[in-house]
Write a protein that binds this ligand. Structure first.
Ligand code: UD1
Length: 418
């Protein structure tokens, strides 16, 4: 199993190009199933989760062609099976995103239930309830969701909890339903907006994406389109923290600063000088030790749960005491015992972590448990005394493109161990 070895202590300084967003790419590739034509998706990041999605489409008989510069062309007209097997779904929960498109376009789907994962139970009941409300017959047995429908019918949907992939699944399904669908309490994440833009390019009639009320007028068919995936705000946030935690500086290119507002405000509170332009962000910590910042995660535009572990790493060496509440997932503190092994002072009280900054972390062998937790451990390694070895980094390769190359570009001492 591959590991990352990080020698802490370097003050990072450099310029990084941010990749396309993983969480926008996955629903967009799934949405390609809805078209009668072929679609081209650009700015696709080179990640394991993208490879898994392509494997899933390939397994269904869909023709996927990779072009230079990570352009992916998808031609679903050769699809011969509406099936997402357990082997693929268990490696990537986002496989559930094919459910809505398959039922809407092909009238049937058999998709493995994702099950729980390291950060919580993560049910998909709202995806299923929404599809039922759109007229699909859904049966759950033997670990599989089996759905059928002649043609979905538009409906008024109210999501009990704000769910990102739930909103996406239902928005995709409603695009080909008969009549109007209204999704109330919809997720407002930028990735939902990117997906809506892609669907619109294919001919879908959607308004309100980015607000908590999305209205979709179903159409009979969708056509060809090409689209470039938006920048990855979580990758961007991770590299900003990498600079901040080391007292360093970074300039990010190809970003959408507006998508990162809550994180940028927190970095400012931590003492960083942050400036932004149309598609760039610059952060300079000017050698200062960060100040502790309180964090409370929430659906967008609140502070993203996907940046909680990285900001916890920042707080472990900050001046002062920070209270960090995780409100989106019930079990997203798996990085805490690992950070404690590196000398961090963290006390857990239910879904809140109280972090008292220490002046120095010490290296230790640590274990990645999920994608963003592993990013937090790598960041901690950047400031720990000695060499930190992070095990099970396959988690990190699911969501970060060339993380060690990009950190090396900023002057970090980091290498991959086979
Ligand atoms: C997406 C992101 C993930 C991010 C998360 C929250 C993708 C591929 N993944 O995950 O990186 O951490 O949003 O921003 O985009 N819930 C239910 N029933 C459901 C669906 C969700 O109870 O049917 C609950 C979940 O357990 C969780 C909360 O709703 O507590 C939010 O989860 P959700 O937004 O659905 O996360 P994902 O879409 O899986």
């Amino acid at each position: 199993m591959e590991k990352l070895a990080i020698r802490g202590g370097a003050r990072l300084d450099g310029e990084i190009r941010i990749s396309g967003a993983k969480n926008a790419t996955l629903p967009i590739l799934a949405a390609a199933l809805l078209t009668d034509g072929r679609v081209t998706v650009g700015n696709v990041p080179h990640l394991n989760d993208v490879t898994t999605t392509i494997a899933l489409l390939g397994r269904m008989g869909v023709e996927v062609t990779m072009h230079d510069g990570w352009k992916v062309e998808v031609n679903p007209t050769s699809l011969n099976e509406c099936y997402a097997p357990y082997e693929l779904v268990k490696t990537m929960r986002a496989s559930i995103l094919v459910l809505g498109p398959l039922v809407a376009k092909y009238g049937r789907a058999e998709v493995s239930l994702p099950g729980g994962c390291a950060i919580g139970a993560r049910p998909v009941d709202l995806h299923v309830a929404g599809l039922r409300a759109l007229g699909a017959e859904v049966e759950i047995s033997d670990g599989y969701i089996r759905a059928r429908a002649k043609r979905l019918r538009g409906a008024r949907l109210f999501l009990d909890t704000v769910t990102v992939t739930g909103t996406e699944n239902l928005m995709m399904a409603a695009s080909l339903a008969e009549g109007e669908t209204v999704i109330e309490n919809a997720a407002r994440e930028p990735e939902v907006v990117d997906l809506a833009e892609f669907l619109q390019r294919m001919g879908a009639k959607i308004s309100g994406a980015g607000s908590d009320r999305i209205v979709i007028q179903g159409v009979d068919s969708l056509g060809s389109a090409s689209h470039d995936v938006q920048p990855d705000r979580i990758e961007a946030g991770t590299f900003l923290v990498a600079a901040a935690i080391t007292g360093g500086r970074v300039r990010l290119r190809a970003v959408q600063p507006a998508d990162l507002e809550s994180a940028l405000l927190k970095l400012g509170e931590a003492g960083a000088r942050v400036s932004t332009g149309d598609d760039w962000i610059e952060l300079d910590m000017e050698g200062r030790r960060p100040l502790a910042v309180d964090i409370s995660t929430a659906p967008y535009p609140g502070f993203p749960t996907d940046l909680q572990a990285q900001f916890m790493a920042l707080n472990t060496i900050a001046e002062g005491v920070a209270t960090m509440s995780e409100n989106v997932f019930e079990n997203r503190f798996m990085h805490v015992p690992e950070l404690q092994r590196m000398g961090a002072r963290i006390r857990l009280e239910g879904h809140t972590a109280v972090v008292t900054g220490v002046s120095q972390l010490r290296s230790a062998p640590v274990m990645a448990t999920d994608l963003r937790a592993s990013a937090g451990l790598v960041l901690a390694g950047l400031v720990a005394q000695g060499e930190t070895v992070v095990d099970r980094i396959y988690h990190i390769d699911r969501g970060y493109e060339c993380i060690e190359e990009k950190l090396q570009q900023m002057g970090a001492s980091i290498r991959r161990l086979a």
